[in-house]
Design a protein around this ligand. Sequence first.
Ligand SMILES: [Zn+2]
Length: 95
Amino acid sequence: MNKCLACGYKRENFDIRCPECGSFYPTIAELIAEEEANEERHSFRGYCKRILAADDKKQELLNELKQIKEGLSKKALFTIFLMIAFIFALTLSVL
Ligand SMILES: [Zn+2]
């Protein structure tokens, strides 16, 4: 990270704190973890994990679908397709 997240001050050396506002720069490990968490949240695996973890799976599925619909893209449509296939498979395994 070569920019302060708090104030946008350009980082010129490897200081751990921003000389401008005094807030800490995130470490690379933190950034990687954040990026991974973010990817996971928006991946098919993330959707399935949340749905399976929810008490009311149907309600959670509807919530996820609503969220996807709000930021609809080709990738999101593909995710919906995968989710429907997943639910279908889940239903078959239950029956
Ligand atoms: Zn700063």
